[in-house]
Ligand binder design. Structure first.
Ligand code: FES
Length: 94
């Protein structure tokens, strides 16, 4: 996963934690800047983003209430991002 270092210009919230970054950052970048990188709990414990390219579906989150893949979604100012660790994400993106 690449590092996202430009001067922060926008703010999003990940499980109510404020994250500063730019619009060139993906939601996956935003998750990596928090203490809550895991997106859900599997039968063997916490699960998190794996492939970074839309294949594994491990980065499913709710963005402003809609299911989306964090690795394929760009951040926008004021976005509300919620992981299963905060609330249920039990549907498949499609
Ligand atoms: S990290 Fe695999 S689909 Fe997003």
């Amino acid at each position: 996963m690449s590092e996202c270092k430009p001067t922060p210009a926008i703010a999003v919230r990940v499980n109510n934690e404020k994250v500063l970054l730019t619009e060139t950052c993906t939601v996956l970048n935003a998750l990596s800047k928090t203490s809550q990188f895991a997106t859900r709990i599997g039968i063997r414990g916490r699960r998190g983003p794996c492939c970074g390219m839309g294949v594994c579906q491990e980065c499913r989150v709710r963005i402003n209430g809609k299911l989306a893949l964090a690795c394929l979604s760009f951040c926008r100012d004021g976005m509300e991002i919620v992981t299963e660790m905060q609330g249920p994400v039990d549907e498949r993106c499609g």
